[in-house]
Design a protein around this ligand. Structure first.
Ligand SMILES: C[S@@+](CC[C@H](N)C(=O)[O-])C[C@H]1O[C@@H](n2cnc3c(N)ncnc32)[C@H](O)[C@@H]1O
Length: 311
């Protein structure tokens, strides 16, 4: 059992350290994401094609998926985008054996990217510290041990205190906040690599007008939400303070996917009689589209988009 440490250190160690959760586990075994679905891949292929066209279809057009997980998105894009498009997965876990050869797999993002940089449910997994207001109204770091027990640590000062004051002020005893500065820094580092094209982060999150009082730190394991115990057996995640992340456009996934032409309509009933297989497939597609755009579910995820030198 490890001693007490701040949440950021506990997340970094148990998710990404030696033997960490994401060093061995496939996200799709533990939770469902948009990027694991074919309809989402089709929408991203449409977006990639739009960006490619606006850049004048350059020879080096690249789609980079940072935090690619099991590579499901790029696997599908390999069947949807023409051979000229370079496909790059950036991941800490080993390359899955089923990926097509044209998908590159690497640990570090390319230094320069011309094309589409995408990160689906990456920022919520970027380690971050938790702040709590104590009985005397002081804001202190929360510390956690390997059993999930917590205690209060040092007062929050310096850049973390400044981040809280600007983005997530807390005053009342017991109020909690997740300090989002590391997510902002990670996204700044990734978007700085974009020379021309679009960077898109997709994640669950909240705005300053509706931050959750008790914070959002939680765990996922075997398809279930669990307490966030940093024991390397589970995902540990916290929603993203999305308005604190620099971008050109912030919209919900529902808005973004409908703009990209995702069709959530049910197929016409007569199709069931003249094309039963096609009808069953269309029905399944419509079900997935409805799930991806559900305003109470995946449709409420945020799309943070930044464009560079698009004509
Ligand atoms: C929640 S999973 C999302 C997987 C996939 N994008 C999806 O939406 O299904 C987050 C993934 O990001 C990866 N990851 C986290 N930090 C990373 C980093 N700095 N560089 C590369 N991959 C990272 C983890 O290993 C994990 O597979």
């Amino acid at each position: 059992m490890t001693g007490f440490e701040r949440w950021g250190a506990a997340m970094a160690r148990t998710l990404y350290g030696p033997g960490g959760f994401y060093r061995r586990e496939l996200p799709g075994r533990h939770f469902a994401t948009s990027a694991q679905t074919p309809a989402f891949a089709e929408a991203i292929a449409t977006l990639a094609d739009q960006v490619d066209a606006r850049l004048g279809r350059p020879a080096g057009f690249t789609v980079v998926d940072v935090g690619a997980g099991g590579g499901e998105l790029l696997e599908r894009l390999a069947g949807l985008l023409d051979e000229r498009v370079r496909l790059v997965a950036v991941e800490l876990r080993p390359r899955p054996p089923y990926l097509p050869g044209r998908v590159e797999w690497r640990v570090e993002p390319p230094e320069e990217i011309e094309g589409l940089l995408i990160a689906c449910e990456l920022l919520d997994n970027a380690p971050c510290d938790v702040a709590v207001v104590d009985g005397r109204g002081r804001v202190r770091y929360e510390e956690v041990d390997g059993s999930g027990e917590t205690r209060l640590g040092e007062p929050v000062t310096g850049a973390d205190a400044a981040w809280l004051a600007e983005w997530w002020p807390i005053f009342t005893e017991g109020e909690r906040a997740e300090i989002g500065a590391p997510r902002e820094a990670l996204w700044r580092d990734l978007t700085a690599r974009l020379t021309r094209g679009t960077a898109l982060a997709i994640d669950y999150g909240h705005l300053k007008t509706n931050r959750p009082e008790a914070g959002t730190m939680t765990g996922f394991k075997d398809g279930r939400e669990t307490p966030p115990i940093p024991d390397a057996t589970r995902d540990i995640t916290a929603h993203v303070a999305v308005d604190a992340i620099a971008c050109d456009r912030l919209e919900t996934q529902r808005e973004a996917l409908l703009n990209l032409g995702l069709d959530a309509d049910l197929p016409p009933l007569p199709m069931a009689f003249h094309d039963p297989v096609g009808y069953a497939e269309a029905l399944a597609r419509a079900g997935t589209a409805a799930r991806l755009t559900d305003p109470q579910g995946l449709g409420a995820h945020w799309w943070l988009r930044t464009d560079r030198d698009l004509r």
